[in-house]
Design a protein around this ligand. Sequence first.
Ligand code: BT5
Length: 312
Amino acid sequence: MNETRRSILEALSDGPVSGPALAESLDISRAAVWKHIDGLRDEGFEIESGPDGYELVAVTAYNGAAIEYELEAPFTVEYHDSIESTNDRARELASEGASDVAVLADEQVGGRGRLERAWTAPSGGVWVSVVTRPSIPPAQAPLYTLAASVATAATAREAGVDARIKWPNDVVVPDGNDGDYRKLAGILTEMEGQTDRVEWIAVGIGVNANIDADTLPEGATSIREEAGDVDRRRFVQRLLEEFDEYRNDLESVVPAWRDLALTLGQRVRVDRPAGEVVGEAVDVTESGALVVETDDGSETVSAGDCEHLRPV
Ligand code: BT5
């Protein structure tokens, strides 16, 4: 957002301020103040003019400026009404050197899941990809994915949804007590780096927010379905703030993940390139790999598709 507009919002956050007072404190003309106030109104800031001056009464918009305002995390937000995939755009920005940017869209028309699967992303969801450049070895990169799933589940729980995590990074809502679930959110992490150092990570988070569940693929659910619509601006802010806290405290990620895990204690089948593993999921390691107790002993699986099986 334009620096002058940011300063105007800061001034208004403590209560009404008159046009002349704003002009003086920002060292701009009254006409310029009027122009910026108009611009802010266009961006979704509801500013009323009363006897005491301009007053910010509400922020209703869902866009970059509105999300950056009062965001307690160091991200700039690039918003699109419609985009192919926020992860594609995040990769582009990352390769141009960007850092701490969140690409956000109301709708994706070419949303991607893992392994080139399609991700349904109509208007009303929260589709966001965060670019960061952490100083970590590639082996720690999975912690960023787990951090995103913990942040997503925590934010959905604040919105009143019984969100849990299915290994490695699906955010789901339990359906009964047998390990069945409906998928609320998915995470797609992409990265570039050398053997000893990550260059950038793009963490894509897709949350079915204000969407009718029957317009989503089978087995999916939404915040609307589970708890009613959310204020998406506030939701994205909380999501980015939670993600920021976990990425700055990587040691807290796995314990928080364990607390939210639906997979631990379940009988699972994990499909991975080296073959499938069937057994009871008993733990996750420090780097987020799943420990499965099989008939032939314990196996540690670092990546794959995990299915919860019915108890035997
Ligand atoms: C994922 O893949 O769960 C990762 C999804 C990541 C989406 C975000 S949105 C922002 C960013 N930009 C992108 O383009 N992507 C990221 P995976 O585990 O492979 O799951 C994909 C499978 O989930 C599909 O094959 C469908 O069966 C199912 N699916 C598709 N859309 C869904 C939705 N909206 N809700 C629940 N399930 C869905």
